[in-house]
Design a protein around this ligand. Sequence first.
Ligand code: ZN
Length: 126
Amino acid sequence: MSTKKPIIHCDALVVHCMDYRLQKYLQPWITVRFGYDNFDIISLAGSVHDYEMVLKYVQLAVRIHGIDTVCLINHEDCRAYGREGNLQTPQTRFAETPQNKITALFPDLKVETFYLHLDGTFESIS
Ligand SMILES: [Zn+2]
């Protein structure tokens, strides 16, 4: 794969859940983190729950916008994971995410993972 960046460029792809309870926290945090117009963003039920879908968007964002960073945000009480999801720790929530696949496919990409609590606190998960 060519490392040459496309002419149209932004720094990051942000992946978060569609849940309405998060929106008031997400937009301000993402803007502070990446700027007003420096990120692609997708909103999927369960965020990284459908990691094959997430991978498709990562590949697209790399190809058309030359992103440097993928920012994955899961959250507390995500109903997309069902009852079992509420028993998962933030760390296990990311255990089956595309994080490792992204790194394998795109070793130059930085992958960040966060767990958003319903009080608006973003917890970095590594
Ligand atoms: Zn959710």
